[in-house]
Each structure stands twice: as structure tokens, then as C-alpha cells.
Design a binder for this molecule. Sequence first.
Ligand SMILES: [Zn+2]
Length: 133
Amino acid sequence: MQAHRLRRTLGYLWAAPCSLLGLLLALPLLLCGARAGRQQGALEIALWPDDKVRRLPFAAITFGHVIIGQNRQLLARLRAHEQVHVRQYQRWGVLFLLAYSAASLWLWLRGKRPYRDNPFEVEARRLGDGQQD
Ligand SMILES: [Zn+2]
């Protein structure tokens, strides 16, 4: 039990710079009416009411332990996928942003799909969404 608690605390600390970035992004959104809630050890920020979806390049995006999504229904639907990204941040820490971007750039340069083929997304779809590629 102590080892589990220590590992969990270290995961929060290791991902803290990215979580801080997420909080900085979320703060003006919260001041503009976004709603926040805690789910499975992460802070979820819903931008709009559940009946509203806008054309954005993402339905939800994760920074450390902060998940920003268009609305609470989408956040609930995408929770398992985004929680895989939370665990990736816990594993990679601040290096996650660099590794994710580098993987996307590498894929794009090789003529592949920078988002769909990104190994972090492939893992999130496999573990979170139960999809096989
Ligand atoms: Zn993803």
C-alpha cells in the first residue's frame, strides 16, 4: 500500500510541469464559465454545456492531470482514452510533450498520419478505447 501511494505521488510530481501548463490554459477558460470536476485523479474541464460542440481540432486534450474537453458528455465518453494519456504523462513526465511532438513530426516526414499513427495515440486507442489498429 505504501509503495502504491509513493508511486502515485511520484506520478503526480513527475507530471506536475505538464499539469501546471494545463492549469494555466484552463484558468482563463474557467473564468469564462468552463466547469471543472475531478474524475479518476484528474481535473476535467468542460468548456461548454453538454448540448454544445464546436469545430475545434480536438474533442478533449490532456496536459498531465488536467483534461480539457468540449463538454461533460464528451469527457465521460473519452475518459478511458484520456486516462491513458494521463498515465503516459506519469511515465514520461515533461518529456511526454517532446516525445509526442517528435513522434508526430517523424511520422509526418515519413508520409504517415501524425495523429492517427502516433504511438501514444495508438496505445490510448488500444488500452482506452479497446481498438485494434
Ligand atoms: Zn489521444
